[in-house]
Structure formats: structure tokens, C-alpha cells
Design a protein around this ligand. Structure first.
Ligand SMILES: *Cc1c(COP(=O)(O)O)cnc(C)c1O
Length: 205
């Protein structure tokens, strides 16, 4: 996925021209303007990767192919409600706070199995895997244990008797560490600066 936050519509169009098929945005207002400007190009899918706020969820459901950053049962329930209203099924990933950081959202690996059992009941939410944004470290080798932990959390979920939830996607790895993430089982990497250069405001997320 190309993480296109902070990248203007013109450059997103260029990226699409050279083969990008998934764009990831983390702020609804910015995404909305860009999605309008880029239009519904055949084959391009938009994913939401930012922190979710309850009252923004109604704008996201049905507009993004995948919402990566679901971090509570309550958020999944709100997505369920909105998706049911609109008679669609919303694909989501469950965010795991793999580094145990206070500043970040996400399920702790310990609470995830129970939360997954609850979310498994939601008929209009299609969980397809897990997502993580481990603590930043300039040395990707230092992040490897986090990726390994994610893989084992996913493997643990796979042993549970879940009816709807799939855990085949592992969304992990950014410009700095995507190679290591892939070695550890990532199926989807989210790459921004390596494609587009440093963001003007220097923001990481
Ligand atoms: C910005 C962002 C990325 C991409 O980060 P880069 O370091 O620019 O590759 C990945 N994941 C999330 C959730 C982001 O917000």
C-alpha cells in the first residue's frame, strides 16, 4: 500500500499511473478531498489507516475498502451498525498494540482473543486480519520481535473456533522496516516516505 497522507492528488495520480493500486489515508477530511479529486479510478482501492474516532466512523464505512485501525469492540460495533444500515459488509483489520505503548491504540495481545470472539458475532463486519504499527526504531532489526509477536498472535487466533473472522492479512511494516516485516510474515506493507519522500510536516502518522 502507498501511504498517501500528506501527498497531493496530483502525485497520487502519478503513483497510480505507475502501478499503485492501494492508497492508505489517515485523516478523513484529507482523504475525502483527495478521493474526490482522484475519482473512482478502476482498480484503485482506498484504505483507512488512521486513528478512529467514533463520530467519524459514519463517513468511513462503505467508503474505504479496508479500515485497518479498529482498536476496540465498541468501534467494531459502531462499524457493524453503520454497515448494516447501509446494507454492506465492511472489511476491517484489528489493530494490535504490539509494543504495549500507552500513546497508541490497539488491542493488547492478551485481550485480543476475547475481543475477537465478540466481534465474530457481527454480521456486517468482515475481519480479514491484523494490523500493527510497532514502536519507531531506526534499526529495523530492533522491530523484528514485534513482527514475530504479531505473527504468533495471528497464529493463535487461527486456532480459535471463529465463524466469520479471517486472519490471513498481516498489515505491518513501513518504509523503514518493510523488508523485515515481510520476512516475518507481513502480507501488506504500508509505505509512504520511501515512495514519496519525506512528508512536509515531518509527521510519522
Ligand atoms: C504514515 C503511515 C505509514 C507509512 O509510514 P512511512 O514511514 O512514511 O512509510 C504506515 N502506517 C501508518 C499507520 C501510517 O500512518
Amino acid at each position: 500500500m502507498a501511504a498517501t497522507k500528506g501527498v497531493d492528488a496530483q502525485r497520487v495520480l502519478e503513483a497510480i499511473r505507475v502501478g499503485i493500486v492501494v492508497c492508505g489515508e489517515n485523516r478523513w477530511q484529507e482523504a475525502q478531498a483527495k478521493m474526490d479529486a482522484v475519482g473512482q479510478r478502476a482498480g484503485v482501492e482506498w484504505h483507512f489507516i488512521g486513528r478512529l474516532q467514533r463520530r467519524k466512523l459514519k463517513w468511513l464505512v462503505g467508503r474505504f475498502g479496508v479500515i485497518h485501525s479498529v482498536e476496540s469492540v465498541a468501534q467494531a460495533q459502531e462499524i457493524q451498525r453503520r454497515a448494516e444500515e447501509r446494507r454492506l459488509s465492511q472489511v476491517i483489520l484489528l489493530e494490535v498494540n504490539v509494543g504495549g505503548e500507552e500513546s497508541k491504540g490497539g488491542f493488547s495481545p492478551d485481550e485480543l482473543p476475547e475481543a475477537a470472539s465478540e466481534i465474530d458475532q457481527f454480521s456486517h463486519v468482515a475481519v480479514q486480519g491484523l494490523m500493527a504499527l510497532p514502536p519507531w526504531n531506526p534499526d529495523p532489526e530492533k522491530t523484528r520481535p514485534c513482527f514475530q509477536r504479531m505473527k504468533s498472535v495471528a497464529d493463535q487466533l487461527k486456532t480459535m473456533p471463529l465463524k466469520r473472522i479471517n486472519v490471513h492479512e498481516l498489515s505491518m511494516g513501513t518504509s523503514n522496516d518493510f523488508e523485515v516485516a515481510v520476512e516475518e510474515g507481513a502480507t501488506l506493507v504500508r509505505v509512504g516516505t520511501a515512495l514519496f519522500g519525506a512528508r512536509e510536516n515531518g509527521q510519522r502518522t
